[in-house]
Design a binder for this molecule. Structure first.
Ligand code: BYC
Length: 332
């Protein structure tokens, strides 16, 4: 829908395509440096456009695939209230995916193309959603840790240089912070419950801690996109900076819950607000990215069959839109 409104696609908006690209780039960077928002019809370097398409589409896919591990527990939520809250949360994630696909469409890629890339297995989505939710406590851990990590990463994106992405993130972050609190509340109820419930909460923390830490992406020394994305103000903090902030905030929360973070080296650095933490197993992260995590295949299969099952809805909606268009044209 949005792609139809783009006429210049920002390749070169000066008459005759004669503009000096170095001058355009310098002007673009000056606008970014001055914290001006870049809007869809503004000139932008092609690499900036491609970086945004990559990041926003990955982000949208993460929201959509992220519905699966939690959706798995809707029918088994322990009370009606928990069920209603979980349904609302999963629905919110679907909405986030839609805002993000719309934001990416303003850059000249269609939603159909992005979804094709996801279903073909050529697009990435967050590593975290390739882990299974084995018990109800996992729903608490996902809300507390995964949504907590997502907020840490996403609040700075509200100040990203690309207007449609920054604006989409404002509402997403408000909803994610509600999600984080519902997860923490589940963990609190379990941690203060029977010894078996406390153990369930501990077991969920044991399994979700390291994958949540990995969500922030490779270390700064290995991250290939961070430096340029920081110059363009797509990213406002590096992966390691956000990871450290997340650990600093989450470690005291675990203490409050009476749970133990599964990292023998985790300790507050003397005279500092920061926690020192142990070594991340990057081979696990790489294996998940290569498609060999515990649930990679299952997640893609679930998306593919949902896409096939929804074909009739898309066809019916298109037929209805065509009928409306023909009626309007006849009346005009
Ligand atoms: N999983 O140079 P780097 C959520 C890839 S939360 C998979 O640091 P960049 C939600 C990266 O794409 C999750 N792949 O890249 C929460 C790149 O590969 P390509 C979604 C990862 O882009 C709760 C390569 O590794 N959030 O939505 O500068 C419920 C090198 O990395 C991961 C977002 O997407 C990973 N964890 O930084 C429901 C937030 N990490 O593309 C839903 C927006 C890295 O070159 N995204 N890679 O093949 C970002 O902030 C950044 O894209 C990242 C990575 C921090 C994720």
């Amino acid at each position: 829908m949005y792609t139809q409104a783009l006429d210049s696609l920002g390749k070169d908006c000066l008459p005759g395509g004669s503009a000096d690209s170095a001058a355009l780039e310098a002007r673009f960077q000056a606008r970014v440096d001055a914290d001006e928002k870049i809007e869809p019809k503004d000139w932008m370097p092609d690499a900036y456009r491609q970086t945004l398409i990559r990041q926003i589409s990955q982000h949208a896919h993460s929201e959509i695939v992220g519905m699966l591990p939690e959706g798995n527990w809707i029918t088994r939520a322990p009370t009606l209230r928990r069920k209603a809250v979980l349904i609302a949360k999963v629905q919110d994630e679907g909405g986030h995916g839609m805002y993000l696909y719309s934001a990416a469409e303003t850059l000249g890629i269609s939603r159909e193309q992005m979804i094709e890339q996801l279903l073909a297995g050529t697009a990435k989505y967050s590593s975290i959603f390739n882990y299974p939710t084995l018990t109800w406590a996992d729903i608490g851990a996902v809300g507390w840790l995964v949504d907590g990590a997502a907020i840490m990463n996403q609040i700075p994106i509200c100040r990203c240089s690309y207007g449609p992405y920054a604006r989409a993130m404002v509402r997403i972050c408000k909803e994610e912070s509600f999600h984080q609190r519902q997860g923490f509340e589940i963990m609190l109820a379990l941690a203060r419950g029977t010894p078996e419930q406390h153990q369930m909460a501990q077991d969920a923390l044991n399994r979700w801690w390291w994958p949540s830490i990995m969500m922030f992406g490779p270390s700064d020394t290995e991250s290939k996109h961070t430096a340029q994305s920081m110059r363009w103000k797509i990213k406002r903090f590096t992966n390691d900076e956000l990871r450290q902030k997340f650990i600093d905030i989450t470690a005291p929360q675990a203490e409050f819950l009476g749970l133990r973070i599964p990292d023998a080296q985790l300790r507050k650095e003397e005279g500092s607000e920061h926690y020192h933490f142990g070594t991340i197993d990057w081979s696990e992260f790489q294996a998940v990215l290569k498609g060999n995590g515990p649930c990679n295949r299952e997640r893609l299969e679930a998306r593919r069959s949902a896409h096939d099952d929804g074909r009739w809805v898309r066809e019916a909606a298109a037929a209805h839109a065509e009928k409306q268009r023909a009626r309007t044209a006849k009346a005009a």
